[in-house]
Design a binder for this molecule. Structure first.
Ligand code: CTP
Length: 402
């Protein structure tokens, strides 16, 4: 953290008193801190305390009233290596999510080019409200990092989730970020995600329940660690706004196959996370197929196996990973797939485990490598599962370089 330039945004929460400890911790680590406060933030902690700790005047207004100096939020946004908003109230989170730039902190946020960390602080009911959850999801989708609040006694004397994370934990979170950030710098990683749709006629298709969440979480995790990601996505309703993720939208397995084959030779690694339809209708009807009353037979033909095709052209300096969703003989089947497709490792989802697989926000995986290493993880949110998988990917990529 030495020499890092940090903008600390402080908003109107009782937890604002902890911001003084946060400033002190950043300064002790050798960082330079510029505090930006909302008007409500100043009701909870005086700017004098904060400017004494940082050695810089606190910025809160667009102009300094006595001499008319304009504070450029654009310059400030460019100056920072990182922006931290702690404590972040429900109101500030809502304004950030929706671009309501009515104070210096929000304009600075909208101008910031640096990674942004948000440490929410509010009462448990406010934190649990769907609007807060939705706004936090929006911030995540903009590539911001949410430092989840802790559980404990709140200013209202109620017990629950909403207490701003402790300053030393916030510092540790950001230190970890700087440590892991460049791990995948200059690496190009291809990720397939979501289902494929195989057209039957203009209104019908064969598809599956894959949401694409796991693949998108992987893409964002790789981007966070500095990689350039090519995300080849089947039809999903997800959005991602990371500048280093190039998204290629496809519909069918054939389109996904062509995109993957085009991108892979220039890549350092590929993770095959898509639930690709194994078969497609042999014949596409240009007109809607009418009900005839009789039984109907749909002739299917096999789709290309994308992972296996990449496995065939894989060079020794490239890493290829796949997923296996199994219902029985899980590890045995996963290892067969790993060999058949020439993968470096395979991520096994067992449908026997609750909280794993399609259509949920959590997953439980076991990773099996071609070198015979087996690692089993607990049920976790897909974002955390993505972090585990990318750590294994990064380790494999390092060993191909050695
Ligand atoms: N895969 C792929 N192209 C296909 C089918 C699968 O790239 N046409 C990839 C998936 O993205 C996953 C891995 O291969 O990484 C295993 O997918 P899965 O559907 O479990 O395996 P299949 O080979 O289709 O075997 P089966 O459906 O018989 O279990």
């Amino acid at each position: 953290m030495k020499g890092k330039k940090i903008i600390l945004g402080i908003t109107g929460s009782i937890a604002a008193y902890k911001a003084a400890y946060l400033v002190r911790a950043f300064i002790k680590k050798g960082a330079e801190v510029q505090v930006v406060m909302t008007p409500a933030g100043k009701e909870f902690i005086t700017p004098v305390t904060l400017s004494a700790l940082t050695g810089k005047p606190v910025i809160s207004e667009f102009f300094t009233a006595n001499d008319g100096t304009w504070h450029s939020h654009v310059d400030l946004g460019l100056w920072a290596d990182v922006m931290v908003i702690a404590p972040a109230t429900a109101s500030t989170i809502g304004k950030m999510a929706n671009g309501i730039a009515d104070n210096m902190l929000i304009t600075t946020y909208l101008s910031a080019k640096a990674p942004v960390f948000v440490a929410p602080a509010m009462d448990l009911d406010m934190f649990a409200h769907p609007s807060t959850r939705h706004n936090l999801d929006l911030l995540r989708s903009y590539g911001n990092y949410i430092i989840e609040p802790g559980v404990g006694e709140l200013a209202s004397h109620l017990e629950g989730k909403g207490r701003m994370e402790e300053p030393d934990k916030i510092v540790a979170f950001i230190e970890d970020f700087f440590a892991s950030r460049q791990e995948l710098a200059k690496k190009k990683i291809v990720i397939t995600a979501g289902p494929t749709y195989e057209k039957i006629d203009p209104v019908r298709f064969i598809g599956n329940y894959s949401s694409g969440k796991m693949g998108f979480a992987l893409a964002e995790e790789c981007a966070m660690r500095g990689a350039d990601v090519v995300l080849i996505a089947g039809p999903v309703s997800l959005k991602t706004n990371y500048p280093s993720i190039r998204r290629i939208d496809v519909e069918s397995a054939q389109e996904m196959y062509e995109a993957a084959l085009r991108e892979f030779p220039e890549s350092d690694a590929a993770v095959m996370c898509a639930a690709v339809a194994d078969y497609a209708p042999d014949h596409y009807s240009d007109v809607k197929i009418k009900r005839s009353g009789d039984d109907m037979v749909l002739q299917l033909r096999p789709n290309p196996d994308i992972a296996a095709a990449l496995g065939k052209i894989k060079r020794p300096d490239q890493v290829l990973a796949g997923f296996a969703l199994e219902t029985d003989n899980e590890e045995e089947n996963a290892l067969l797939k790993l060999r058949r497709k020439n993968l470096d490792f395979i991520v096994l989802n067992s449908l026997q485990d609750s909280g794993a697989g399609f259509r949920c926000d959590t997953n439980k995986v076991t990773i099996l490598t071609a070198r015979g290493v087996r690692t089993s993880f607990d049920v976790k949110p897909k974002r955390e599962v993505a972090a585990d998988i990318v750590s294994v990917l990064s380790g494999n990529m390092k060993s191909t370089e050695e």
